[in-house]
Design a binder for this molecule. Structure first.
Ligand code: ADE
Length: 222
């Protein structure tokens, strides 16, 4: 799957995407992630990406032209492509929506900046408008990175051992459970002991399964 992000600050994002599991997944060809500078698609010598709003008011609005040209070029002739505009007004992103996007060949993400994006982008260019939660950020840059990470993790081979995923996907959904590792008893000071729950240490698999079911939280219904 290919991810293309349109932003005014591609460097920070591309650095991030080179690290850890995302970096490894790209080097092994499982996914491609690329943040692009919207200024590459401007048509004036000052590389203007924004302008004053019609009707007056504060702030600047991202222009439709550079976004239109960028999306047209990035899309090419691929099928199974979606274009997402990030905005606090959008549908809230959750694991279910991530799964829908995970089946695409390409996802183009437009990160809004400044006080807004010309509404013609939402009306004519974007297939969906997505928000990562009910709060307002200064741009769609962090939301874009979050979307890429969540969706990339669902691609086969990206998140490491499939058996680990399958185990958590038992019982009709994805379970997130408390995890512990050595030491069994940690002593932050002489008076305090933090212990690992006995059930996990003992190794009775039936009991462990039951414990995880009780303590785990269902993140997504299967
Ligand atoms: N841009 C600003 N706030 C946002 C949010 N919550 N989700 C997506 N894009 C945003």
């Amino acid at each position: 799957m290919k991810f293309d992000i349109l932003t005014l600050f591609p460097e920070v994002m591309n650095d991030y995407f080179k690290q850890g599991l995302l970096g490894r997944a790209q080097r092994s060809g499982l996914i491609q992630v690329q943040a692009h500078n919207l200024r590459n698609w401007t048509d004036d010598k000052h590389q203007t990406v924004d302008d004053k709003p019609y009707g007056g008011g504060n702030g600047m609005v991202l222009k439709v032209g550079p976004i239109y040209r960028a999306v047209k070029e990035l899309k090419g002739r691929r099928r199974k492509v979606k274009v997402v505009l990030l905005t606090p007004r959008g549908r809230v992103f959750d694991q279910k929506l991530a799964r829908e996007y995970a089946d695409l060949r390409q996802l183009i993400i437009i990160s809004g900046r400044y006080e807004g994006v010309d509404e013609r982008v939402a009306e004519n260019i974007a297939d969906d408008q997505v928000s990562i939660g009910p709060y307002v950020l200064m741009s769609g840059d962090l939301p874009a990175m979050i979307m890429v990470e969540v969706i990339a993790r669902l691609q086969a081979g990206v998140a490491g051992k499939e058996s680990w995923l399958a185990e958590r996907q038992e019982r009709g959904g994805f379970w997130e459970c408390p995890q512990y590792t050595r030491p069994e008893i940690f002593q932050p000071n002489n008076r305090t002991k933090w212990s690992v729950p006995k059930t996990l240490v003992k190794g009775d698999h039936r009991a462990i399964k039951k414990w995880r079911q009780e303590k785990g939280k269902l993140i997504e219904r299967g």
